[in-house]
Ligand binder design. Structure first.
Ligand code: ADP
Ligand code: MG
Ligand code: MG
Length: 893
């Protein structure tokens, strides 16, 4: 068991053992880049420490051996009084994680060695600056002292001297600050700042280990489904100094623009500063390009290194570097984060450069990024120029989109205003289930509290509604119906714009521009700005790669010809779910009421025969729109009471009429029917195939409409490919009865029209019992379509409409799941039923066609799962089709 690796011993594939930072430091070292020497303590050591409560016995000696080697190489000892070797202790897990310990720089400095450092560097100020930084970082992260105490003390020192930046403090000031800092440590931590350099190092290493198990880190892991037992590595890296004067400095850089993907010089540089200063924004950085005039040699070398890294990693990298008196040092690199648009551009650019192939390019993008590119965007060029809309602040981008509306501060007003045609943004400190109506009515939701798993965020995402949450600068005053932001007051009725993709909040109306990517999918791409053309070109190519390799077909959930045509433009290869319930709404409601109220067979048949031609026309249009492609039509699914008037409204109407003594016979019968059909739990009541079995003639009417429509399309030389789908089947007997009836009707239509029809009959698998008996059900079904929405509800025993708004927030916060099982399929539970049903169904009927039509059909992670279990297609809403195509390609590549 080896617990410590020198930077020369590791490589980038050892992230499990060395963490991301350590693996990449090793990779750079072995590429011959200038990395300050050091070593990495493995995640194994961390795991053993966490399990046993103390460091593994061998660790101390191994660290000593590596430290000896490092000291020999550097020609000085850690904390040596006259010329100290200093190191940084840096945490580095496999995945970077908020809530984990930060880095401690300048370890090895003490009251004695600070003098040595001053003498060696010939710079008193530098030495004392480094020492005060050590006490500050060590105090905060290792000893748990409140960091603000140090910052306040630093502020005071600056104020006392009437200066604004820390570089204006001289050696004497910093020396005083060190004394002050040490006092803070003593009172707050109850111990002296340790003077023994090895003790400093060991304590820092241990603190990094311990930080693996902070509450925040644990919560983050649970939510992101990062295993809790990975442990973190610790990097010990010899210090290089960017704070040694104007010929020193520190910076960050990207090998290409993370916003556009364009190659060029992107980054920031700060003269005379140590690492953290750049990110902390303590002083103003200069654009990296200016380094060329500051230090041409280092600049040229950096450019060269950036090219080496890009060619080596075959991707955009971000880097941290420091220049010590004209000598460049690399301190970190990793494959860098990028915007969604840049991800597509970079992937195709790298293909063009010959660095990666098409299959790899597909792995460089994902469906979430594509979805992001498909939202309409704000054109915020004009914002903050003093005339147009004004940027008020920023919150957490919780649910994407661009929403504009009048500010309202309570749900009641949101509903009232939106009923009268106003667009509103609901602004709350935080939302709770009582706000649901207002959230539905609003264009977007803005809160000043709560994170990505807050009620507002979860519910908004579920509704596909724009949401910015946790905008902490906003002071929301519900009582006075206004909010204040840094002195600015926004009253009820003022127009605000919120950007759910960036978290930006504006006062005023920001113009919304449609996504060029959607314009492209719609075939309406205007040759406009080059920016957009370039993006669309990249998306086009990536989609072509995906379509070429994917095995899963992608269908749409669409109920009418218009949606079907749009879906086709977006690349749908059929309709996986046509819901027939909308065909029972609007002016047809009256016929449905008649059907429900029918006392005699005759009345019922009259009602059905009125519905038949209407349904048929719907299907003719749909089959024409999808000519040549499969169309799965689901027979009526929702409970009948959904087609009847609201019970309260109707009761009031009847009561009023009675008091006027002119009660209406029809209303009375309706009310009786409403009472009769009222269910405590309609989701588990009389719906789906159960309706078909108890309402004579209902399903056969629908089947007849489908068959006649198909016959008409055939007669017109079309190519209709209808599939008839029976919902909510739990047992094969239900299916057999409906099937026998349907076959009879189809035979009748064939006889009367003289057209031979090939209509497939199949079922949804959306109840656990159906999944468990899939082998039997497949005897009567030519296809299965997994209805994963209902399957998730019934497997978990969750009523979706209730649970998302009530306790999902708590579940997400406790990390019981990282994402709602209605968003991403629960692979272990629901998924395992799907997997077994696929196996059993195919065992009975090897050519069984298999698909999925729940919302999961358009969810990236779920699409990968459906690919893996061997479904033939996924079906999703038209807008999600490109995402599903892309992810199906990524799953297969
Ligand atoms: P993070 O993961 O937060 O970036 P790092 O370990 O990279 O933490 O360190 C924080 C800052 O300190 C970075 O700017 C880094 O470049 C700098 N730094 C870390 N180690 C050294 C070192 N040995 N010499 C000089 N600067 C360092
Ligand atoms: Mg870093
Ligand atoms: Mg269902």
């Amino acid at each position: 068991q080896k617990y410590v690796y020198d930077f020369t011993e590791g490589n980038r594939d050892l992230k499990d053992l060395l963490g991301g930072k350590g693996a990449n430091l090793a990779e750079m070292t072995n590429l011959g880049l200038p990395v300050p020497p050091g070593f990495t303590i493995t995640t194994e050591a961390c795991k053993e420490y966490l399990a046993g409560g103390e460091e593994p016995a061998a660790l101390r000696d191994e660290v000593s051996a590596h430290l000896d080697a490092l000291e020999a190489a550097m020609g000085k000892k850690l904390g040596q009084a006259d010329d100290p070797l200093l190191v940084s202790v840096r945490s580095g897990a496999k995945f970077s994680m908020p809530g984990m310990m930060d880095t401690v720089l300048n370890i090895g400095l003490s009251d004695k060695s600070v003098q040595g450092l001053a003498k060696q560097s010939g710079d008193d100020r530098f030495a004392w600056d480094s020492y005060r930084r050590l006490i500050q970082m060590f105090g905060k992260t290792v000893l748990g002292v409140d960091g603000e105490l140090f910052e306040d003390a630093l502020e005071k020192a600056k104020t006392a001297k009437k200066v604004t930046v820390d570089t204006d403090l001289d050696a004497a000031d910093l020396k005083k600050l060190v004394t002050r800092f040490k006092k803070i440590v003593k009172t707050e931590a109850g111990r002296d700042f340790p003077q023994d350099p090895r003790e400093q190092m060991d304590l820092a290493v241990r603190a990094v280990f311990d930080s693996w198990n902070t509450d925040r880190a644990k919560l983050y892991r649970r939510q992101e489904r990062i295993p809790g037992d990975l442990g973190t590595a610790v990097n010990v890296c010899s210090m290089v100094f960017g704070n040694l004067g104007p010929d020193s400095g520190t910076g960050v850089a990207f090998t290409r623009d993370p916003a556009s993907g364009h190659q060029g010089v992107y980054g920031d540089y700060l003269q005379n500063a140590q690492g953290e200063d750049v990110v902390a924004g303590i002083r103003n950085t200069v654009p990296l390009a200016e380094l060329e005039s500051i230090d041409k040699n280092s600049y040229d070398q950096l450019m060269q290194i950036m090219e080496t890294l890009e060619t080596h990693y075959k991707d955009l990298c971000d880097i941290e570097f420091t220049i010590e008196r004209g000598q460049l040092w690399m301190l970190q690199t990793r494959v860098g984060k990028r915007t969604a648009g840049a991800a597509f551009r970079i992937a195709t650019q790298l293909v063009d450069q010959g660095l990666i192939g098409e299959a790899e390019a597909l792995q460089r993008v994902n469906g979430a990024q594509l979805a992001q590119l498909m939202f309409p965007r704000f054109d915020d060029e004009g914002a903050n120029d003093g005339k147009g809309p004004e940027l008020l602040g920023r919150g957490i981008a919780a649910s994407p989109g661009a929403a504009v509306g009048k500010a309202v501060f309570d749900s009641y007003t949101a509903v009232k205003w939106s009923r009268s045609g106003e667009k509103v943004i609901l602004i709350r400190r935080e939302t709770n289930p009582d706000d649901l109506d207002g959230m539905i009515a609003a264009e977007g939701i803005l809160t000043s509290r709560g994170g990505k798993t807050s009620h507002a965020a979860v519910v908004a995402r579920g509704m596909g509604k724009t949401c910015v949450c946790g905008a902490e600068d906003l002071e929301v005053d519900t009582k006075r119906r206004r909010m204040t932001v840094g002195g600015r007051v926004v009253e009820e009725g003022d127009v605000v714009s919120i950007d759910g993709s960036t978290g930006k909040v504006y006062l005023g109306e920001v113009p919304v521009v449609p996504s060029p990517v959607v314009e492209y999918f719609e075939g309406r791409m205007h040759a406009g700005a080059d920016e957009a053309d370039e993006l669309v070109g990249a998306v086009h190519r990536i989609m072509a790669y995906a379509d070429r390799v994917r095995r899963l077909r992608v269908r749409a959930n669409a109920d009418n010809a218009e949606d079907a045509l749009r879906a086709r433009r977006f690349g749908a290869q059929g309709i996986g779910l046509c819901r027939t319930e909308h065909m029972f709404l609007g002016e047809r409601r009256e016929m449905v009421e008649k059907l429900i109220l029918a006392d005699t067979d005759e009345e019922r048949e009259t009602a059905l025969s009125q519905l038949l031609p209407l349904q048929k026309t719907d299907f003719v249009e749909l089959f024409e729109a999808m000519d040549g492609l499969p169309v799965t039509v689901r027979l009526l699914d929702p409970p009948l009471h959904e087609f009847l008037p609201d019970i309260t409204e109707l009761s009031v109407r009847v009561a009023l009429a009675e008091s006027r003594k002119d009660s209406n016979e029809n209303d009375l019968r309706l009310l009786q029917a409403v009472h009769r059909l009222h269910e405590q739990n309609p989701m588990l009541g009389l719906r789906g195939v159960r309706l078909g079995l108890v309402i004579p003639g209902l399903f056969t009417m629908q089947v007849r409409a489908i068959a006649e429509a198909a016959a008409e399309r055939k007669a017109a030389k079309g190519d209709p490919r209808a599939e008839i789908m029976i919902p909510l089947v739990g047992t094969v007997q239900e299916l057999e009865i409906v099937r026998d009836e349907a076959e009879q009707v189809i035979a009748e239509v064939e006889a009367s029209t003289g057209v031979k029809l090939k209509l497939a009959l199949g079922t949804m698998i959306e109840l656990p019992r159906a999944a468990l008996t899939a082998g039997q059900i497949a005897e009567a079904a030519e296809f299965f379509s997994f209805g994963t929405n209902d399957l998730t509800q019934t497997v978990w025993g969750f009523s979706r409409d209730d649970v998302e708004a009530s306790f999902f927030t708590a579940y997400l916060e406790k990390g019981i799941f990282g994402v709602s099982p209605f968003e991403t399929i629960d692979k272990d539970g629901v998924g395992s039923l799907v997997r077994n049903a696929v196996r059993d169904g195919r065992a009975t009927r090897p050519d069984l066609k298999l698909g999925v039509c729940g919302e999961h059909g358009g969810d990236p992670e779920s699409v990968h799962f459906f690919h893996e279990v061997g479904l033939d297609y996924v079906s999703c809403s038209p807008f999600r089709i490109p995402v599903a195509r892309l992810e199906a390609g990524r799953a297969a590549a």
